[in-house]
Design a binder for this molecule. Structure first.
Ligand code: UFG
Length: 364
């Protein structure tokens, strides 16, 4: 395969057909990954989803190619990278449920940390030199002491409140060391609260089980599940419910493309928040859903959920400076309206219906 020289800008690398170099997206069949496939293809690069379908949906891989595989299978990763002449990897595959990570931390260390080690090993063995890693605001932890302001900047203390956050931080550190040792370059994107859906209606959020606030609130309003439980209304916030920084999944996908194209020296690693700098409370989300659907959200007030920090809002400054990225579609009403459109007619996941796979989606 073509092996680009270290330090050559990613944007100058070409593969057959004069397209820019291909990108492997691990976890490409998942909620965020599927939106990234579209953004990568629209940026002029070929996207190749690599996913074991344990949580994702092949129907979600509506853009690019599809390869079924487990990230811990390094030879399978190497084969996919070589076959598709991949020059960069966006690594999302991993376990995400914070609550489950407290019950089965072993699975999270295996998937999220060992899995990342396998991705790095496959990159070392091939010509793929740029890595964009799916990290999380969960690396910062719940304790506000030591924070410099209400907005979380990247250099704030790292003290994860869950094994999930521990594994994301460990994977970041492994990647940073691998960059220094092996000449890779990488950006870890620390996601805040990804939400919303592609405006086409072709892609959207589908988790089993669903634990995220916006889909649960919409499904409660649509009568597809019982009342929403608000996890605590006695936090030290303006209305007593938790503040979160909701980022439209389309903006989040664009941040990955910006991270692919960012100028980095071989050996360089950076971590960048992906958020808006604005927090919205649980009650504000409920009100936005009621506006979007023009119907009430049945809800009850329950106890706090373990490990929920009162406020998690990004300082988005470094993303603008480092990646030239700012959110464009992340107003709460726009996010909720796009999510509501998807949940009115989900093409896969929610009801297990599943749209037929696109004919051009091939399994390698
Ligand atoms: N919430 C409710 N009721 C519900 C579900 C959620 O009140 O049924 C509240 C939560 O308490 C929280 C807010 O809605 O205050 C958002 O909760 P989500 O579960 O949607 O999202 P989290 O902020 O808990 O988690 C997100 C990602 C995680 C990531 C974390 C980083 O989903 O993967 O941000 O802090 F680790």
């Amino acid at each position: 395969m073509q092996t680009p020289a270290d330090g050559e800008p990613l944007s100058s690398r070409q593969t057959a057909g004069n397209r820019k170099g291909a990108v492997l997206v691990t976890g490409g069949a998942g909620y965020i990954g599927s939106h990234i496939l579209k953004a990568v293809e629209e940026s002029g690069r070929a996207a190749v989803a690599f996913d074991d379908l344990s949580h994702g949906f092949q129907e979600a891989c509506a853009w690019g190619e599809f390869v079924q595989g487990d990230i811990r299978d390094t030879p399978a990763l190497i084969a996919a990278i070589e076959r598709h002449e991949v020059v960069a990897v966006i690594h999302l595959a991993g376990l995400i449920e914070v609550g489950r990570s407290t019950v089965r931390p072993d699975l999270f260390w295996d998937q999220n940390v060992q899995g990342t080690a396998s991705v790095v090993a496959a990159m070392r063995a091939t010509g793929a030199r740029r890595l964009v890693f799916s990290s999380s605001a969960a690396v910062y932890g719940a304790d506000p002491r030591g924070r410099r302001s209400d907005l979380l900047a990247e250099d704030n203390p790292k003290d994860p409140a869950s094994p999930y956050g521990d594994t994301k931080l460990a994977a970041e550190r492994m990647i940073a060391a691998a960059c220094a040792a092996f000449g890779l370059s990488a950006i870890a994107l620390r996601y805040f609260n990804a939400a919303g859906a592609d405006p086409s209606g072709r892609l959207g959020e589908a988790h089993h089980p669903e634990t995220h606030l916006i889909p649960l609130t919409i499904q409660a309003a649509l009568g597809r599940r019982g009342p929403l439980t608000v996890f605590g209304n006695d936090f030290e916030t303006p209305d007593g419910t938790c503040l979160r920084d909701y980022i439209h999944v389309v903006d989040l996908a664009a941040a990955h493309v910006a991270a692919l194209e960012a100028t980095l020296e071989p050996g360089e690693f950076d971590a960048v928040n992906v958020g808006t700098g604005r927090g919205h409370s649980v009650f504000e989300v409920i009100a936005a859903v009621e506006r979007a659907l023009n119907r009430p959200v049945p809800r009850t007030i329950g106890p706090r959920r373990a490990g929920d920090p009162p406020s998690l809002v990004a300082d988005p400054g470094r993303a603008a400076a480092r990646l030239g990225w700012t959110p464009r579609s992340s107003g709460l009403d726009e996010i909720v309206a796009s999510a509501a459109r998807w949940h009115a007619n989900p093409l896969y996941g929610e009801q297990g219906s599943g749209a037929p796979a696109r004919p051009s989606v091939r399994q390698a």
